[in-house]
Design a protein. Structure first.
Lengths: 364, 268, 290
């Protein structure tokens, strides 16, 4: 187990020195993965999360910066010298071996005594509910069992610094996905290994991780707990990407102390006003659909809106509205039993829930 | 950057050994018979293109190449035309006798050509095709068609059925779907199949020799002419042999990308 | 893959069926016909039943040739398959060297059979051949026309030269089809080079190796032209393989009855061995599934 430090790491596939700013698959980044933490690397395809994972595992040597495992510089060390384990997108198992042999393989290669291997394999198999399948051929098991074997090969070694997951649930049937995810959580609580989990599925990331790292275009936008990402997204992309549906975003301009947009205006507090006043920046207001209040009559701080559509999602309803007269579209999440006006509604954005972004970056 | 690895060294040695006999052939083709028999040397003594000039100025020589290429190309065309629909049927449908048909086809690949020599001779005489290009092309189908169906079936099975279904939903007719949608998806397979058919048809001699006399006589048979009263003309023989390498080399050049990607041949 | 039941698929098979029927069934019927009849000339044929089969099966020359043929195919497979796999493993995986290596490798494959014979004749002769001459300089009297062992070495070497590249190409593409994640996992698990080969590469090569073994067995078992050009079956009968014996009977001596019976037996032997091999391989495959 180890604390993993990325010190000014950047990577470009173009090769050192030749890269222009746009060529970087991974822009300069400093980050610390605390020992025993469960991290998710979240972002759309091609955002650099797999590159980052490969930098940690040693499959890629970063073109700039250093990688430290507990103060030890491992930047130039090969994968096999780093004590990491990895679970890949598609299950990697050794076809001709039984489950037992598969699980024991990393230990056999490291020359451990047979009884020690047998004990470890038994322990891990039990943990992963594979005890009954130990003597079966690994190739004939289902995809989720194969992924468990891949994970097991990481768990049998007690020297691993971190276990890395590269979208491990891609080929798993939806109804077993949550079981496997819970298993992972359980394993994390029991062994306190450092886990780094790459995914583009926010549900996986938010349920699995203590800390989520959101990436876009080779850059880390925000690192935080699921709650932080939800409540105070530091970037409009994070707001939009996390949550379903994402953050409502409204383009606006300043007029005196108000943020003005098509269909209305909202007063801003002095603190935030001071931060954006006089700066030539594009401003956006953001609010989570679940915090938008839909009222049937006008009141203080309300904005008129038209209801376009109501979608019943079982536990709550999703209301699609247009601000003012054909203004920006706002989505609101209301309780199942809440009374809704027929078509003309009034919206209230609670100031404590409303976020302001300047050039897509949160104005705190 | 790196020192030469032992595996790289072994590979280089193997490739050099592989090329040595070919080098020797080419070396001899550049020499006169007297020089070949007179002195032993690693490099050609008095190199000249005389042997090649002899071949290219004598129609009975160079027509051999034309004949060989003609029936080989005919064979590849025929094989692909019949094997593509058949392989599609085997990869997509179950039908009465499908397995038996497939194994019967494959069993023809296992028939020693020597077995069929005499019957072929008589059959093609009887239907008046003896000593024509098409006769050799048809005879070579015996081993090339089963192989082609086998290879193509493997490639086609790896294309998901959904592709076909989507195309039919989009209103494609079968021929149009096959040519514009399906063929591009299995083009690696077609390339590999064409390579194999060309290879086996080009190098085969026994049937080609039996089924031809003069008009369609392949180059490899023409080569045996160099055995004259005065003994072998080694130089001329080597030159003729060297020239048989060229079509093969060209084919390899054209399929070089398929070789790396598509040779896995699907499943067994 | 779930296949759809559709008997109209036969229409797609029909061209193949007609073509192969023309070039296989009709000639095969002629062979069967000959094998059970005898001719006294003048188009008079009489039915002799299994007489030819019995005489052929009892024929020493056939036994000897079959023995030689099995030895040859066995030797050739034993050399070409491991050598082919090894060479495939050493081939580069990317860069400009790849097409170069593949082209050089594939060249021998496209040399016509009798030209292969010619090449090796030229190459192995003591007076003008590089191989023969070099060996002579080393003090080895290499003479494939007189010494049966030398003739065998030449013929086997020739076949190895001609066909190992096929095994290499098949294995190479088989290796390329292995996803990189498997190699990465092996590195992470600390597997040695040998373990990576044994547990990842070899199992994934099973499919292409089956094809390679089948093709190489069939073709080596039917070999005719190469030894015919180089040794003519000699010295003595040392390299007299089945096809050479057969063509000798059928074409030169016109012993149609025995030749036809011989043909059928020959064909059946190839079928039988291929079938046994195929069944053995599928058995292993099914055992794996348990």
């Amino acid at each position: 187990m180890a604390r993993i430090v990325l010190d000014g790491v950047a990577h470009s596939y173009a090769g050192k020195g030749k890269a222009k700013a746009d060529d970087y698959a991974l822009r300069r980044l400093d980050h610390v993965w605390e020992d025993g933490g469960a991290y998710a690397l979240l972002g759309p395809s091609g955002c650099g999360k797999t590159t980052l994972l490969n930098v940690i595992s040693g499959l890629i040597t970063p073109s700039e910066g250093r990688v430290l495992f507990d103060e030890r510089d491992v930047t130039r060390l090969a994968t096999e010298q780093r004590n990491i384990a990895q679970v890949f997108q598609f299950p990697v198992i050794y076809d001709t071996m039984t489950v037992r042999q598969n699980l024991g393989f990393p230990l056999v290669n490291r020359g451990l005594p047979a009884d020690r291997i047998a004990a470890r394999v038994g322990e891990v198999a039990e943990m992963l509910d594979l005890s009954d399948a130990l003597d079966r051929r690994a190739r004939n098991l289902s995809a989720d069992a194969k992924q468990k074997i891949s994970l097991g090969r990481g768990l049998v070694r007690d020297d691993v610094a971190a276990i890395l997951f590269d979208e491990p649930l891609t080929v798993i049937d939806p109804h077993v996905k949550w079981q496997l995810r819970r298993k992972l959580k359980e394993i994390h609580e029991r062994f306190h290994r450092t886990l780094v989990y790459v995914t583009h599925d926010q549900n996986e990331a938010l349920t699995f991780a203590d800390k989520v790292v959101v990436m876009l275009d080779g850059q880390v936008l925000q690192v935080g707990t699921p709650e932080e990402l939800f409540e105070t997204p530091s970037h409009t992309f994070v707001g939009y990407f996390i949550g379903s549906p994402g953050l409502n975003l409204i383009d606006c301009t300043l007029d005196g102390g108000d943020a003005v947009f098509r269909g209305g205006r909202i007063a801003l507090d002095d603190d935030r006003l001071a931060r954006v006043r006089g700066r030539n920046v594009a401003l956006k207001l953001g609010i989570r659909p679940r915090y938008v209040e839909v009222l049937d009559r006008a009141g203080a701080e309300t904005l008129p809106a038209q209801i376009n559509d109501v979608e019943d999602l079982g536990t709550h309803r999703l209301v699609d509205l247009a601000l003012g007269d054909g203004g920006p579209v706002i989505r609101a999440m209301v309780a199942e039993d809440a009374a809704l006006p027929a078509d003309a509604a009034f919206l209230r954005f609670p100031p404590e829930r409303t976020r302001l972004f300047a050039d897509d970056v949160l104005v705190a | 950057m790196k020192a030469v690895r032992p595996s790289g060294l072994a590979l280089t040695c193997y490739l050099i050994l592989l090329m040595l006999p070919l080098y020797w052939l080419i070396k001899m083709s550049l020499q006169s018979n007297e020089d070949i028999l007179g002195t032993f040397s690693l490099l050609p003594v008095n190199p000249s293109f005389d042997n090649y000039i002899t071949i290219f100025t004598d129609s009975s020589w160079y027509l051999g190449y034309v004949n060989s290429l003609t029936y080989v190309l005919m064979n590849v065309t025929i094989v692909l035309l019949v094997a593509l629909p058949a392989a599609y049927a085997f990869s997509r449908y179950r039908f009465i006798g499908d397995k038996h048909m497939f194994f019967w086809l494959l069993s023809n690949r296992m028939a020693p050509p020597a077995v069929f020599l005499l019957p072929f001779f008589e059959l093609y005489h009887a239907v008046g095709l003896f000593d024509t290009h098409i006769a050799v092309a048809l005879a070579h189908c015996l081993f090339n068609v089963p192989l082609a169906v086998w290879i193509l079936e493997g490639f086609m099975s790896s294309v998901p059925r959904e592709v076909d279904e989507m195309a039919y939903i989009d209103g494609y007719s079968f021929p149009r779907f096959f040519v514009t949608v399906f063929l591009p998806l299995v083009r690696n397979g077609v390339g590999v199949t064409a390579f194999f058919c060309f290879m086996y048809s080009w190098i085969e001699l026994l049937m080609a020799r039996t089924l031809t006399l003069t008009d369609a006589k392949p180059i490899s048979v023409t080569m045996t002419r160099t055995i004259s009263a005065a003994g072998l003309d080694w130089g001329l023989l080597a030159a003729a042999g060297t020239l048989t390498l060229i079509p093969g080399a060209l084919v390899i050049w054209f399929v070089r990308n398929y070789i790396a990607k598509g040779f896995a041949l699907g499943r067994v | 893959m779930n296949k759809v039941q559709n008997n109209r698929a036969w229409f797609l098979i029909l061209p193949v069926f007609v073509l192969v029927a023309f070039s296989a069934i009709i000639p095969l019927m002629a062979v069967v016909n000959y094998s059970v009849q005898d001719s006294f000339g003048g188009g008079v044929w009489i039915f002799v039943g299994t007489e030819w089969f019995e005489s052929v099966l009892a024929d020493e020359r056939l036994h000897d040739a079959l023995g030689r043929q099995l030895l040859f195919s066995g030797l050739v497979l034993a050399i070409q398959i491991p050598l082919g796999v090894m060479i495939a493993l050493t081939l580069p995986t990317r860069g400009w060297l790849v097409p170069l290596c593949l082209i050089v490798l594939a060249l021998p494959l496209l040399v016509p059979f009798n030209v292969v014979g010619t090449i090796w004749q030229l190459f192995a002769r003591v007076d003008i051949g590089l191989l023969g001459h070099t060996l002579a300089d080393l003090g080895i009297e290499f003479n494939y026309t007189d010494d049966p062992l030398h003739a065998w070495i030449t013929v086997v070497l020739m076949d190895v030269w001609h066909w190992t590249p096929l095994v290499v190409l098949l294995c190479y593409s088989g290796l390329r089809a292995i996803p990189p994640a498997f190699y990465q996992a092996a590195r992470i698990d600390g597997a040695s080079r040998y373990a990576t080969f044994r547990y990842i590469e070899l199992p994934k090569l099973r499919g292409v190796l089956t094809i390679a073994v089948l093709l190489r067995f069939m073709d080596s078992f039917m070999i005719f032209t190469e030894p015919f050009v180089v040794t003519g079956g000699g010295p003595g009968n040392a390299t007299n393989f089945l096809s050479i014996v057969l063509t000798n009977w059928a074409i030169e001596r016109r012993d149609l009855g025995p030749a036809a019976a011989f043909s059928i037996i020959y064909f059946l032997i190839v079928l039988l061995i291929c079938w046994m091999f195929y069944t053995a391989i599928t058995r292993i495959g099914q055992a794996d599934k348990r």
